[in-house]
Design a protein around this ligand. Sequence first.
Ligand code: AMP
Length: 429
Amino acid sequence: MSILKAVRGTRDLLPPETELWNYVESTARSVFARYNFGEIRTPVFEDTQLFARGVGEETDIVSKEMYTWEDRARAQSEKAQSLTLRPENTAGVVRAYIEHKLGETGQLQKLYYIGPQFRRERPQKGRYRQFYQIGAEVIGPPSAGSESPLRDAEVLEMLASLLDALGISGWTLNINSVGSASDRPLYVEKLREALKPVVGQMCVDCQRRAETNPLRVLDCKVPEDQGIIDTLPRIADSLDEASTAHFAAVCAALDACGVPYHRNHRLVRGLDYYTRTTFEFTHGGLGAQNALLGGGRYDGLSEMLGGPKAPGIGFAIGEDRLVLTLEAQRAGEHLAELADAYLAPMGTALDAPALALARELRREGLRIDLGDGSFRLKKSFESGNKVARQIVLFGEDELQSGILTVKNFSTGEQTKVPREQLVAMLKST
Ligand code: AMP
């Protein structure tokens, strides 16, 4: 019979690697808490229309990469519906914001999420079909200050602090402004005009993008196209006064808190909903897929989804890529945490009392791996040596006398320890 495997582009995360995932997630949670963010969990699948309207029909994500299916009605009261596994989480958060009328609180909503996203991309290192994002959104009515450039700068400063807290060094912050909803069409028109005479010499993707979504030409990585792209008009020259001032204020606030950044005129990002500030943190160690995270402002998204005016800014970190970066930085380090002790019952009659002792030790906060009374002594030692720092031998004599034998695997030292002193002894070594 053929062996079933995880589907292409998906993978299992196993210990000890999952320790790193947990470390990343708990660090993110504690940093977000310091900035007074709360967690939101939205469903993994949504109405397909949410992404078509929110992310944009012409984007690669919606046109090529979504996992969409027709969900059959199971009762007369239900209608068949087109559903999609979420390819990103911002649209879902904004849908929830609208659905639960969070704008009516009059306060800024500061929400973070951690979870899987799904895109049918060509799998490669750092690119998967099920991948994980850690993201956050700051959204609210304009009266709550949601349009303020201070929000953009605070989010960027928080990201820099999170990467620092994780111990990720060598990141680069690229920022740009893609203008307001009124600046953008003017620029896109200019770009279309400038592309007309040259697009015939560009790659097929650019030829398509020039028609459907000219901004995406700026994202092209094909080496032969780079010379032409450098001659195209810059969006910075098409921004109106308000957008220019907004961007300048973001940069000034970043300067004030000492977060380094690089203005990248070609950073437009893939999703239609972005307005004004866009950004990406890259890391050299990641190879071709070098974007650690990306985000930006989406001042019109709520209205595009039928909601009230609710400007916002957010980001999504590629958790898979964060973990890859940390693994590369910590290459050679032993990831697996060893148990404090391996408790070895010597004979099956000792299994039950050993479980009772393990329970007591674990309740004291010790990490205990419990062996099996059917193992011979040699096998207990071999098993224990793989998973724990020391072994506690638990036989009939020990049960009667209350004195246990503990052997430390790294020093080879063997000691007799009275039961009352066992916890302190295991904790101290
Ligand atoms: P995006 O939602 O496209 O702006 O992506 C935000 C971040 O998610 C990127 O910077 C990547 O780190 C990560 N990401 C996007 N797509 C994938 C993927 N297919 N596999 C792994 N990470 C991804």
